[in-house]
Write a protein that binds this ligand. Structure first.
Ligand code: SF4
Ligand code: SF4
Length: 115
């Protein structure tokens, strides 16, 4: 699979994303397992309006990469989730979620729900 040019992109696709119950649980567990200072530093970063609450602006990467929602994993690789920086990586099919989302991360679920 061809790689996406995410480094230096400053997470342009990292906005509010739908998450499932299982994904929410995994993220909660991950945040709880982080050293307190690390989670607070991530929480307190300044982000542009609309940017995902877990986007790590300082290190230019997802702050919860190992437990990011499935839609974040799929982004860039499907016709309905095209990365504008490298559209040719998207294959000729649409992404269809396996599970129904329970809400939108960064809108329905904020830092207060995790820390
Ligand atoms: S998938 Fe594309 S838009 Fe999203 S961070 Fe990577 S390069 Fe940027
Ligand atoms: S969870 Fe991570 S990959 Fe998904 S939108 Fe937020 S920062 Fe980006």
């Amino acid at each position: 699979m061809e790689k996406l040019p995410c480094k230096g992109c400053r997470g342009m696709c990292c906005g509010p994303v739908p998450i499932t119950e299982q994904e929410l649980k995994k993220i909660k567990k991950k945040i709880k397992a982080m050293p307190k200072k690390m989670s607070l530093d991530l929480k307190n970063q300044q982000r542009l309006y609309g940017t995902c609450i877990f986007y790590d602006e300082i290190n230019d990467r997802c702050g919860i990469h190992s437990v990011r929602p499935s839609i974040c994993r799929a982004f860039g690789y499907y016709n309905n989730l095209v990365c504008f920086r490298k559209p040719k990586v998207a294959v000729g099919e649409n992404y269809i979620a396996n599970e129904l989302p329970i809400g939108i991360l960064s809108i329905d679920f904020m830092w207060k729900d995790f820390i």
